[in-house]
Each structure stands twice: as structure tokens, then as C-alpha cells.
Ligand binder design. Structure first.
Ligand SMILES: Cc1cc2nc3c(=O)[nH]c(=O)nc-3n(C[C@H](O)[C@H](O)[C@H](O)COP(=O)(O)O)c2cc1C
Length: 157
């Protein structure tokens, strides 16, 4: 399958999980491309006044994993805006990934996933599943492995 992993990652956490997932999906025989959504001139922490710069094109992929951070118990506003602007996801299989600081998904992760899923479905995507990675040190490794197992298992070569 031709899979795009499209992330917004301000401090590198989501990007590092995306890289692990990229390795897993490539090893499983998929063609995988990791792309980043970026903000013009960078972005101060939590800033809601920004302009999107790089808008990865979803048209070339059969399946896409979208990834971003939880911000203020919600999906990152950068990913929210990108998903509102993105082209049609009709006929595409999608998985959603978020990373968060707090240790449990009910502390913002689940809500961010619901928001992401809704935005993707509004563009016609079939959302196959999701993963939440908790960045607090004690749970980081376990939740990263669990999310990459779950997400990589969603796509069949
Ligand atoms: C403005 C802001 C708000 C945040 N709000 C939350 C939150 O509500 N819940 C949480 O668990 N983590 C929160 N975090 C932590 C990030 O979700 C976490 O560090 C994430 O892994 C960052 O991903 P990134 O490095 O890919 O940007 C927040 C971080 C920032 C900068």
C-alpha cells in the first residue's frame, strides 16, 4: 500500500513516534512517506495565531496516518486547521495518532482522537483506528510500542 504519514510536531515527540511507525510499515512491505505540516515563521507554544506553510498533499496516498499533539485537552489547532483545508479523503483509509504529556488517554488524548476522526470523516475518509502515546517517561515506551503495533496492523500490504 502507498501510505503517507502526515504529522505536525512542534517539539519532536509525535515525529519520533511517526518515524518508528514508518520503519514498521516499511518492514511490512508498504511504500511509506513521512511528511510534516509546518507553520510559517515557526510557532510559539500554544499560539493560535499562525499561518500554515507546508500542506502535504493527500492525493498521492491510498492510506494516511495523521499525527499531532494534544494541546489544552484538544487536538493541536495546527492539525485541526490543516485537516479542515486538506483535499478529499474519499476512498482513503486513515489512522489517527496523537501524543500527549499526561499519562492516560482520558486526559485529552481520547478527545483529540475524536476530533481528528470527525475531521477526517467529514472529508470522506474511512477511519480504521487510532493510537494515543503518553509522553510521561514511565509510559512512553509502552504506549509507543502499543500504538505502533496497533496502527501498523491496520494496513495490509
Ligand atoms: C500549549 C500546549 C498544551 C498542551 N496541552 C496538553 C494537554 O492538555 N494534555 C496533555 O496530556 N499534554 C498536553 N501538552 C503536551 C503535548 O501534548 C506533548 O508534549 C506532545 O507529545 C508534544 O508533541 P510534539 O513534540 O509532537 O509537538 C501540551 C503542550 C503544549 C505546548
Amino acid at each position: 500500500m502507498n501510505i503517507g504519514i502526515i504529522v505536525y510536531s512542534q517539539t519532536g515527540n509525535t515525529l519520533s513516534v511517526a518515524k518508528k511507525l514508518e520503519e514498521r510499515l516499511s518492514a511490512a512491505g508498504h511504500s511509506v512517506n513521512l511528511e510534516q505540516v509546518t507553520v510559517a515563521g515557526g510557532r510559539k507554544s500554544g499560539d493560535r495565531d499562525f499561518q500554515l506553510e507546508a500542506l502535504p498533499d493527500v492525493g498521492r496516498y491510498d492510506a494516511i496516518v495523521f499525527g499531532a499533539a494534544v494541546e489544552a485537552f484538544s487536538l493541536s489547532p495546527v492539525m485541526t486547521r490543516y485537516l479542515k483545508q486538506v483535499g478529499s479523503l474519499q476512498g482513503k483509509k486513515v489512522a489517527c495518532l496523537v501524543t500527549q504529556f499526561f499519562p492516560y488517554p482520558w486526559m485529552g488524548g481520547n478527545r483529540a482522537i475524536r476530533q481528528m476522526r470527525k475531521l477526517c470523516e467529514a472529508k470522506g475518509a474511512t477511519v480504521l483506528g487510532s493510537g494515543v502515546v503518553n509522553w510521561a517517561k514511565s509510559r512512553r515506551e509502552k504506549t509507543t510500542t502499543r500504538a505502533s503495533d496497533r496502527l501498523s496492523g491496520l494496513f495490509k500490504p
